[in-house]
Design a protein around this ligand. Structure first.
Ligand SMILES: N[C@H](CCC[C@H](N)C(=O)O)C(=O)O
Length: 303
């Protein structure tokens, strides 16, 4: 079966975007992993699938699949690319657009500058909403935020260190910590220990933020189901929400990532993200042939 696709990125967080409106697309974890495969496939952090909505007020439904094949609730950088895709593919000229995601509606507005502003929808801060088991953990209050101390252990069970985490659900789950220097923080060693920690029933995106000043941070995110990406939109939102609640940031906040800059506004409840969306190229792929071409040894799911 031949699929048309468009390769896009939002601040370097890259996507394969598919139109499931004009012709239905059946996405499976195996197909998602094959498309995302950096050597055997097209290569991307996430796959974005645009579909007809089931919510009466939505223009489209927007589904997200990580490169490990897991379907997830939200993708901030992807949402900006989603609205650019809808306009470029002439699926709709409406602007702003309303998109249906797992936990409700988000509103997306393509600006004359080419940047996109997204009202990110429901935000929660309670551990249960993230599926985080806090039983027996030490906690502390900082500003109006509650932080939890999570001991991290390596495979042999030795405790490497404990990290103080803020918990934020932007439809998808985030655990954010403040670090002194994000460039020298071993994000790729610590990130997986948090992302797949057994206390996170749904796994979690692990954010590492360095506060530059009260309105500027430098952020790296080890993403659930994708590893470290050049940028993470929901991660930027989670970091700013945590920083404002801790009283160390003032909205709006400029977020520096390895892939570019995002601007996040947070009023204590609602989050708004503004940033770029870039179309790289479009192409076609025989999805069945692609799936068959990938050696089993390279497609095992993440733990
Ligand atoms: N890895 C995330 C989904 C993609 C989020 C990120 N790419 C963004 O821009 O928000 C999760 O499993 O919740």
């Amino acid at each position: 079966m031949i699929w048309n696709f468009t390769k896009m990125h939002g601040a370097g967080n890259d996507f394969v975007v598919l139109d499931g409106v004009r012709s239905p697309i059946e996405m499976t974890p195996q197909r998602a992993r094959a498309l995302a495969h950096r050597q055997f496939g097209i290569g991307c952090d996430q796959i974005l699938l645009v579909e007809n909505p089931s919510h009466p007020e939505a223009d489209f439904r927007y589904r997200i699949f990580n490169s490990d094949g897991s379907e997830v609730e939200h993708c901030g950088n992807g949402s900006r690319c989603f609205v650019r895709f809808v306009h470029e593919q002439k699926l709709s000229s409406r602007n702003p657009l309303k998109a249906e995601i797992a936990t409700g509606l988000i509103t997306l507005n393509e600006l004359p500058s080419g940047d996109v502003t997204v009202d990110m929808g429901q935000t929660r801060f309670d551990p249960t909403s993230l599926g985080f088991d806090v039983a027996g953990l030490t906690s502390k209050t900082d500003g109006i935020d509650t932080l939890y101390e999570l001991p991290l252990t390596t495979q042999d069970g030795s405790v490497t260190k404990a990290v103080w985490l803020s918990l934020v659900q932007i439809s998808n789950p985030h655990a954010v910590q403040v670090v002194v220097d994000v460039d020298t923080t071993p994000v790729r060693q610590i990130g997986p220990l948090i992302e797949s920690h057994p206390r996170f029933a749904k796994r979690v995106n692990a954010g590492f933020m360095q506060v530059i000043d009260r309105q500027t941070i430098y952020l790296r995110v080890y993403e659930r189901g994708a590893g470290e990406t050049l940028a993470c939109g929901t991660g930027a939102c989670a970091a700013v929400a945590a920083g404002v609640r801790r009283g160390i940031l003032d909205s709006p906040v400029k977020v520096r990532t390895h892939g570019g800059w995002l601007t996040i506004e947070f009023d204590g409840a609602q989050l708004r993200m503004t940033g770029p969306a870039t179309t790289v190229y479009s192409g076609q792929i025989d999805i069945d042939k692609l799936v068959a071409s990938i050696p089993a040894s390279t497609t095992q799911e993440k733990p």
